[in-house]
Design a protein around this ligand. Structure first.
Ligand SMILES: C[S@@+](CC[C@H](N)C(=O)[O-])C[C@H]1O[C@@H](n2cnc3c(N)ncnc32)[C@H](O)[C@@H]1O
Length: 392
């Protein structure tokens, strides 16, 4: 077992539990609060018959009143370099965005990610077959945040269609700068002649037998600039190739960079703000993952793939907090990530002793509260994946 267990579970109302955690002691928060769908969140009595005549206003106000102090508590425990991810759907997405602007500051907003957790789309009821929800991402302090919004796992091998004699995959990238902001007026030193032979592929800064002069041009024939300076071309001639291509203005000779696929994890790709079920799993995947470990005992778990993608944006020794742990997906994802990459992440999961429904699978399995479900899964994770479980 590692020195510090990978997982800790704390039972209780997260407002009370978070108050006991040290300020600034958490690097990453993933929160998946009740979405206010009408049956997942108990209204505070004061809102039920209060001055809020409009039921919808009262519903949102009650939810915001539940969330506001909890987001303040999250902000308090977050380290200055930390980040917070919150799952939400259309019921409260707009209100949560404003609430997070209020508590964490608008400047801390990093992204509103669309998460395609129900690829078939919701078939119940009228209207659209909604197939996505959201994850809002905020930095505790955008200037100090260590979040790196990139990943190894979205690099697609098929994007590197060529293979060299040694079996290394690569793709051709135009050596000319395709960004129109860079042109001979803005970057005059990068507008120069190269010399290449499209038959052999060879490229040089000076003419050689069989070479033709190549100037950088945009697709429409207007003058462009190269991305590499002449000294860089001289240093890395083998990473360049001269080819004849068919462009908008007919055939022309151009120079390309051989861009290699690095399987050692050196290459990272910027994360897009739409995360597809085929990349991160779906609610169905999540139910299957939970079923495998403890049974079908929770209705709306998240797939571990979603949380693992979130973990991949932060260093591998972070302390993670999930204040609405439910079935314990975050703790499971942390253990899987540590087992896969040798990291030393630590996850603190919190859930209250909300009773499970009479007659539900959980209740029939002897799990009387949601906290019992969280514990059962985290115990199973410690057995199967490792890393131990500490019960606070
Ligand atoms: C949407 S579920 C989280 C599901 C979880 N992400 C998963 O993958 O299983 C929200 C959870 O928050 C818990 N919860 C609601 N209010 C809470 C509170 N004030 N303190 C602690 N847990 C709470 C509920 O019991 C429920 O399990």
């Amino acid at each position: 077992m590692p020195e510090r267990a990978w997982n800790t579970f704390l039972e209780g109302d997260n407002l009370d539990v978070l108050a006991r955690l040290e300020a600034g002691s958490v690097d990453l928060v993933y929160a998946d609060p009740p979405y206010n769908t009408g049956n997942d969140f108990a209204y505070a009595d004061s809102f039920r018959d209060s001055a809020h005549a409009d039921a919808a206003t009262g519903r949102h106000a009650a939810w915001a009143a539940m969330m506001r102090p909890r987001l303040h508590a999250v902000r308090r425990v977050l380290a200055p370099h930390g980040a917070v991810f919150v799952s939400i759907d259309d019921n409260e997405a707009a209100h949560l965005r404003l609430l997070m602007d209020e508590v964490l500051g608008e400047a801390g907003f990093l992204a509103q990610v669309v998460v395609n957790l129900n690829p078939k789309g919701r078939q119940l009821g009228r209207g659209f077959a909604t197939s996505h929800e959201y994850v809002l991402v905020y930095a505790r302090d955008p200037k100090r945040c260590v979040l790196d919004a990139s990943t190894h796992d979205t690099v697609d091998e098929d994007d590197f269609p060529h293979v060299d004699d040694g079996g290394r995959r690569f793709r051709h990238l135009p050596l000319r700068n395709t960004n129109k902001k860079f042109n001979p007026v803005t970057s005059p030193t990068l507008h120069y002649s190269l010399h290449g032979d499209p038959a052999s592929g060879q490229v040089a800064t000076a003419p050689f037998p069989g070479s033709v002069e190549v100037l950088p041009v945009f697709g429409d024939g207007r003058p462009a600039v190269w991305r590499w300076s002449p000294p860089l071309v001289e240093q890395r001639p083998d990473d360049l190739v001269c080819r004849t291509i068919r462009g908008r203005t007919g055939e022309r000779v151009d120079v390309f960079q051989r861009d290699w696929l690095h399987r050692d994890g050196g290459r990272r790709k910027k994360l897009r703000t739409i995360w597809l079920a085929e990349e991160i799993g779906s609610t169905d995947t999540a139910v299957a993952e939970l079923k495998e470990l403890v049974g079908h005992v929770f209705e709306s778990p998240k797939p571990t793939g979603l949380v693992r993608r979130i973990l991949a944006t932060m260093p591998d020794d972070v302390t993670v907090l999930d204040p609405f742990a439910g079935s314990g997906t975050t703790g499971h994802a942390v253990a899987l990530a540590n087992a896969a990459d040798g990291g030393s992440r630590h996850c603190i999961s919190v859930n209250c002793a909300e009773p499970t429904r009479e007659g539900s699978n959980a209740r029939n399995a002897g799990l009387l509260t949601v906290a019992d479900i969280t514990r059962a899964r985290l115990r199973a994770v410690a057995d199967r994946v490792g890393g131990g479980l500490s019960l606070g």
